[in-house]
Design a protein around this ligand. Sequence first.
Ligand code: ADP
Ligand code: MG
Length: 233
Amino acid sequence: MEHPAIEARGLSRSYGRVKAISNLGLTIAPGEKVVLIGPNGSGKTTLIKLLSTLIRPTSGTLKLFGKDTASHGAQLRRRVGVLLHEPLLYNRLTALENLQFYSKMFNVPNEDRRIWELAEEMEIGDLLKTRVDSLSHGQRKRVSILRALLHDPPILLLDEPDAGLDQTAVQGLVKLVSRNGRTVVMSTHNLESGLSMAQRVIVLKKGKVIMDVDREVLDGANLDLGYEALVTG
Ligand code: ADP
Ligand code: MG
């Protein structure tokens, strides 16, 4: 049988006495698109960082494609692309120089061609030669998204990618990231834009999954009311 793309068991991560993620179990099949919602502090960013292997669990196990992240971290990191709030770009380099740098790190073949192709799709071709510190917030975000896609990762993790992007950019982004049977886990404050790309909705609260449903269940009437009831209080 095919391994799940993501499989967490008893996954916990604490910061001091704060349990940011608490005994979380989760299985995500290859190609699934999952949107992660929940109030501030519910653990969305922590979960995305755990899945990206950027931080380690305090306890529990996390496997990607059947391999334990504790023992296969370096190998698995290459199969994951991640977008965090921090753009992870060097301000004093141009967008292109940044992307070339990451391409080398990931051994991306035909790097320049790959960068220009993706830049066309994201409509930032004309920005590539601009220094990052001269780009707007939204433009930096698009460069960061491109960076996360450079090595064509089978798992893509996006922490609130829609924050600071206009609606057209969000739609382009959703199309681009959802391709090729890629597994996508994306957190968002905007349930509507989340639902436009997800089949599955996971609601976190206090570091636990309190709801895990097919998007069809959430479609239809009173979506916003339901969402508010879920994530507040
Ligand atoms: P969300 O992304 O859903 O807002 P986070 O994962 O950022 O949630 O935070 C979950 C909990 O962990 C919060 O209580 C937050 O204060 C705490 N936390 C997150 N990152 C850190 C950190 N680096 N140091 C200390 N506490 C943290
Ligand atoms: Mg967050």
